[in-house]
Ligand binder design. Structure first.
Ligand SMILES: [Zn+2]
Length: 506
């Protein structure tokens, strides 16, 4: 009997040594995954099979090795794979969804898995929901075996894998908490400056230092009418650029991080609205201070080379959205005199972008809006017909009423000079306390006092104006037209911080 028990413990420890070697090689050498077939001869027992195997060892040790299974890297899985074990980190667990139709009802959930070779989605239905949904935890490592492999449905998943897993009756999932079970992640990070060259709607991995974040706001989906909580965050990296990212729902509500935190996102969706932005979808992986080399490097940079004032913003380019154009038209704080006193101002084809802190001296109230087309995204001026209807020539349509849009001229001043600028609909509304051009037009025609009061009450207010000055020609005479691209009410706290930083530069 003594002999048998020696054999037993030897076999078990051999098994776990093999296991360690396998994982060790997997995580240290990238070439290991280039030739996944090289792992075929390294057999590793599934833990839940150990007991059964031990019984076999007593009878015939060769049977045990025949019955054991290989730990496969995710990237080696195809619809032809079977009988494999995955050692994976669970990066995301979806909520349980139920359905009900003429053919019956049921429920399902999905989970995303990752190892350092790749990522894969797994879906479980009905009984497997009950069995596995509560076991799988984000950030924990699991041994997953006996899954079916199917072709990925790209409509529901943004993971970079053409295969997906289905949990079925044979599937087993066990958490492993040995020393080798640190979360394993595989990222393919894109520098923030390079996001400019990424196609809109692509999914990318991004890592950055949290520069700042904004409050949670609620937005309503135009298509479903449902409302979502969202929060915008600004990430910076060594490329010297920042990008705006949007996080949603619970992630947005629970977000409670300091500036300087390292954030890694896998599967962020790229969008383009006045410059490139990223959005963190429900199946993106969102990690705070991940323990990966890229995060350590970024932390070093933040501690030594980070200069907030020199960062350029990728997400606010007003269409000048290439890295070179971005640096050319980069916004810097200046004064009205420095811009308007320059004889060459606005001669560049795209004009000159600048930012000033200035006060509204007065509005021109004689003309402040124009009647525009009601079609979506048209905004063209409409002309009143002889029958009292408003006609858009571009859309070839007539409307009972026009939609008024602002084209508001105002004079702004800072400590160096003053100048006339034009505000269009979005920024004019900010400057007039949210009053729309339609409302102001009907006040002008109905309540002269209220009309004057709106202008009067909004003079003397101070804003950070982002402007574009552009030289225009009219009958051989050149004139500088300055347009407000964006007007933000002064945030005295952040202004004071900026001043202190500026003082620190001298
Ligand atoms: Zn139109």
């Amino acid at each position: 009997m003594g002999n048998i028990s020696n054999t037993l413990s030897e076999s078990v420890s051999k098994g776990s040594d093999l296991n360690k070697n396998n994982i060790g090689r997997a995580s240290s050498a990238g070439s290991f995954y280039a030739k996944p077939e090289s792992s075929v001869n390294e057999k590793v027992l599934q833990p839940h099979e150990k007991l059964a195997s031990l019984k076999n060892i007593v009878n015939d040790s060769r049977i045990a090795s025949q019955k054991s299974t290989t730990i496969l890297p995710i990237e080696a899985i195809s619809p032809y794979s079977n009988g494999f074990v995955l050692k994976v980190t669970c990066t995301r667990v979806g909520d349980i969804k139920t359905w009900s139709n003429s053919r019956g009802e049921g429920k399902l959930f999905w989970a995303n898995f990752m190892d350092n070779s790749g990522e894969i989605r797994a879906t479980g239905f009905n009984d497997e929901v009950d069995k596995f949904h509560s076991i799988l935890k984000e950030g924990k490592t699991f041994l997953v075996s006996n899954c079916k492999v199917v072709v990925a449905n790209k409509q529901f998943s943004n993971l970079k894998n053409d295969s997906e897993l289905r949990f079925d009756r044979e599937t087993t999932i066990e958490e492993c908490d040995d020393a080798d079970s640190k979360p394993q992640y595989k990222f393919d990070f894109v520098n923030i400056a390079d996001i400019n060259n990424v196609d809109t709607n692509s999914n990318i991995d991004v890592i950055g230092v949290l520069k700042e974040y904004f409050d949670v706001t609620s937005t309503t989906s135009k298509t479903t009418g449902r409302s979502f909580d969202r929060r915008d965050i600004i990430l910076a990296d060594k490329s010297g650029y920042t990008v705006r990212g949007t996080i949603w729902g619970k992630t947005a509500q629970d977000f409670n991080q300091e500036s300087g935190t390292i954030i890694a996102i896998k599967g962020a969706k790229v969008s383009d609205f006045r410059g490139k932005n990223i959005s963190v979808s429900s199946s993106s992986l969102f990690l705070v201070n991940p323990e990966i080399p890229e995060a350590y490097a970024l932390r070093d940079w933040f501690n030594t080379g980070y200069k907030e004032l020199e960062l350029k913003d990728l997400s606010n380019m007003d269409g000048a959205n290439t890295a070179s154009a971005a640096s050319k038209f980069e916004t810097h704080r200046t004064t009205i005199d420095e811009v308007m006193g320059n004889p060459d101002v606005g001669k560049a084809e795209k004009g000159e972008y600048f930012t000033v802190v200035a006060t509204v001296l007065m509005f021109k109230s004689e003309t402040f809006a124009y009647p525009s087309c009601q079609s979506d995204n048209c905004n063209k001026k409409v002309i009143e017909d002889s029958d009292g209807r408003w006609r858009c020539e571009r859309c070839d349509k007539s409307f009972d009423t026009p939609a008024y849009r602002y084209i508001l001229n105002l004079n702004i001043a800072d400590h160096t000079s003053h100048t006339w600028v034009t505000a269009f609909d979005d920024s004019a509304r900010v400057l007039l306390d949210g009053t729309t051009a339609d409302e102001l037009t009907s006040l002008r025609d109905g309540d002269e006092t209220a009309f004057r009061t709106i202008f009067h009450n909004n003079q003397g207010k101070e804003y950070v104006f982002r402007c574009r000055a552009k030289q225009e020609f009219y009958k051989d005479e050149s004139k500088i037209r300055t347009q407000i691209m964006d007007a933000q009410p002064i945030d005295y706290l952040s202004e004071a911080k900026k001043l202190i930083e500026n003082i620190g530069l001298f």
